[in-house]
Design a protein around this ligand. Structure first.
Ligand code: SF4
Length: 433
């Protein structure tokens, strides 16, 4: 019995922490050697699943999955559209508010779904009033961040796709946590529902009844292309015409440069935007800043991006965090210009939003200007300098989590990575000499 309990807890833990991973294989693997024990564990697991299934995340279903579920319940086909519209047009968080549904169906929806997927733990507003950031608790007790940036003509949500991240980029607070788990599509979608509700509560809704958010960037915690399946499922849900109907061209996926996933994305039917975190035009410096570069060096990355542009005919954005004295030398601007010259691409220069405890700082304004000038005037590469938003509320990816969510985990400052930091400084010194 103790062993059965052990396997059950292990399987349940795998399910909880891995999100999309099914624990069943864990139990099946043990079946040959411990038939009776595993049989017991499977029974307990099914009981747990039965309990959990009563509390599905409604935002985890595509329209087709919702239609299938309701058909299994014996509901007519048009009910799926009604429920979908309550979820994504009216953004209700209670089945009883779905007033055009019969009472029995409302009861069954209440029994089946947990509508409160995310619980806001902390909400911060920047002093300029244009950036808001939330630390949100997930049903398993993990936390993620979501940010709303309000501009004159648009509202942009920056959302998370994982709890933590496995890629350990040297300047990123999330990268210092390691990967806890992937988010499900429903947990990704729920962030948008939360932010859209906030905007509507503040009276921001266009006259045509559409969504108040205008843009979504997948640039919060985690690497979207390493949680490929759930991220794309979330895009399909957000894009569905009977729901939020969020145009794919208004969504941007950001990647650290996962070459196989970029090639795969090129074949998808969506017209989403792609942003590549480049941050350095030379391999030694980029590997020091983004360790994944050792696996997918710049030449391979550029080949994949060119293939992506060739297939999709879409312009790609290169993100470049400007770090004072590390990657902001004008010699590097020339390297970058040569790399991108003639490409259907543009560069976003972003002065670093420094990780707490880090000795690295964002580049001074004059340096950013000089860097941009070389790219634009010498190589004709389009450049925008992104305004740093929400510095006073730790709006950089993972920074609020690092401040609030410690729970005994070590969230180490950047300079606790001496190899990263020193390698980057050495590479920077070599390039400037
Ligand atoms: S920058 Fe992105 S890919 Fe790199 S560690 Fe942070 S979240 Fe992960």
């Amino acid at each position: 019995m103790r062993k059965a309990l052990f396997y059950c807890i292990r399987a349940f833990g795998a399910w909880q922490t891995a999100g999309a991973i099914d624990p069943l294989p864990v139990l099946v693997l043990q079946y040959r050697t411990h038939k009776r024990i595993v049989g017991g564990a499977l029974f307990v697991w099914m009981v747990i699943m039965r309990h959990e299934c009563r509390h599905l995340n409604p935002y985890n279903l595509t329209f087709e999955e919702l239609r299938t579920l309701l058909a299994e319940w014996g509901e007519p086909a048009y009910r799926a559209r009604q429920v979908w519209q309550w979820l994504y047009r009216h953004l209700v968080d209670d089945a009883d508010a779905m007033t055009n549904l019969p009472k029995t169906l409302r009861g069954r929806l209440t029994e089946t779904f947990a509508f409160g997927v995310l619980t806001p733990v902390t909400e911060l507003q920047s002093t300029d009033g244009h950036t808001r950031k939330w630390l949100l608790r997930l049903p398993d007790g993990e936390h993620i961040e979501a940010v709303l940036m309000e501009y004159d003509t648009r509202n942009t949500a920056c959302i998370s796709v994982q709890v933590g991240c496995a890629y350990a980029c040297a300047f990123c607070a999330t990268g210092q946590m390691g990967l806890m788990r992937h988010l499900t599509a429903g947990e990704i979608v729920a962030q948008i529902v939360h932010i859209e509700r906030v905007l509507r509560a503040a009276g921001e809704r266009p006259a045509d009844g559409g969504h108040a958010l205008t843009n979504i960037v997948f640039m919060g915690m985690g690497e979207p292309l390493s949680n490929y399946r759930e991220t794309l499922k979330a895009i399909r849900i957000l894009n569905h015409r009977d729901g939020l109907s969020f145009g794919a061209r208004r969504m941007t996926l950001s990647t650290v440069g996962l070459v196989p996933a970029i090639r795969r994305l090129a074949e998808e039917p969506f017209q989403v935007n792609l942003a590549v975190s480049l941050h350095a035009p030379r391999d030694d410096l980029r590997t020091a800043l983004l360790p994944i570069n050792a696996q997918y060096p710049i030449a391979d990355l550029m080949e994949a991006v060119r293939a992506y542009i060739h297939t999709t005919h879409r312009r790609v954005t290169f993100e470049y965090a400007m770090i004072d004295g590390i990657n902001d030398d004008v010699a590097l601007a020339h390297d970058l210009g040569r790399l991108l010259q003639g490409m259907l691409a543009h560069v976003n220069l972003i002065p670093l939003n420094a990780v707490p405890g880090s000795l690295w700082q964002g580049s001074p304004r004059e340096q950013v200007r000089a860097f941009a000038q070389v790219l634009q005037e010498t190589y004709n590469v389009p450049v925008t300098v992104r305004v740093r938003r929400g510095i006073d509320i730790a709006a950089g990816c993972g920074q609020l989590y690092a401040q609030v969510e410690r729970r005994g985990r070590s969230i180490v400052p950047l300079d606790a990575y001496p190899t990263h930091a020193e390698a980057a400084r050495t590479a920077a010194r070599q390039h400037s000499s």
